[in-house]
Design a protein around this ligand. Structure first.
Ligand code: ADP
Ligand code: MG
Length: 242
């Protein structure tokens, strides 16, 4: 069983002769608990893949299985429900609810799912993400790094099969981005969720154990990155897109 398995996935935009193929036979497998990264130039289809995998966008062909369920076969309502239990999504723009405090934002998916919030789980995540004492603040009163940590706590809450993160450090300064990545590595060791992260920042990518490079709609090459060295990732990137 995989945390995520994409098979021959295709997705384009437009119709007829104007149709562009963004994903074109995209294959990927992610083991349970893996921490891997997808890199590629702007416009190569990274966000398109994450949106299809999260059930936020339909596929033209192919499948994406998460925890054994084909998300491309779910209707909108079923996809939303499935996402709340099995997929944690983190966006560049945080996507917090401005009128809810930190605790309520983290518990939002479980409440939407008619589940009972678990105070211990909340406290554990608040602590792991360094948000102690900020539980009752509104997002406006948080830094960008703190907002993204709230979004990550929310994504982790239900112990999903996979966290899909789309350039989660894109709106953060260099040091906030670095500390978020260090945090992700630590959390990853303790949580069961696999992490699949899209970024074009080698410092962020270095947090993961494996990097995939997207080219012409599919993964062109993948490397294990046990050294967690940003310079090594930069070298591989430049070699792939020379
Ligand atoms: N809603 C859309 N309509 C038409 N073209 C789109 C749409 N969304 C993305 N694209 C195009 O698809 C390609 C891949 O986009 P995207 O997945 O956002 O790439 P990335 O995240 O790697 O920058 C780009 O050429 C982009 O312009
Ligand atoms: Mg993108």
């Amino acid at each position: 069983m995989y945390a995520l398995k994409a098979t021959e996935l295709c997705r384009g935009y437009g119709t007829g002769d104007l149709k562009t193929k963004v994903l074109d036979g995209f294959d990927l497998t992610l083991a349970p608990g893996a921490f891997e990264v997808l890199m590629g130039p702007s416009g190569s289809g990274k966000s398109t893949f994450l949106h299809v995998a999260a059930g936020l966008l339909t596929a033209d062909a192919g499948t994406v299985e998460i925890g054994g369920t084909d998300v491309t076969a779910l209707g909108d309502g079923a996809a939303a429900k499935f996402r709340r239990r099995h997929v944690g999504v983190v966006f560049q723009s945080f996507n917090l609810v401005d009128t809810l405090d930190v605790a309520a934002n983290i518990e939002l998916p479980v409440r939407l799912d008619h589940g009972r919030p678990n105070a211990e789980r909340l406290a554990a995540l608040v602590s792991k993400l360094g948000l102690e004492g900020k539980e009752h603040r509104l997002p406006d009163a948080l830094s960008g790094g703190e907002r993204q940590r709230v979004a990550i706590a929310r994504a982790l809450y239900a112990e999903p099969d996979v966290i899909l993160a789309d350039e989660p450090t894109g709106n953060l300064d260099v040091s906030a981005a670095k500390s978020l990545c260090d945090l992700l590595r630590g959390i990853h060791a303790e949580e069961r969720s696999a992490i699949f992260l899209v970024t074009h920042d080698p410092v962020v990518a270095a947090a993961a154990d494996r990097v995939h490079f997207l080219k012409n709609g599919k993964i062109a090459v993948s490397h294990d990155t046990p050294s967690h060295d940003p310079a090594e990732i930069s070298r591989l990137y430049l070699e792939t897109y020379k």
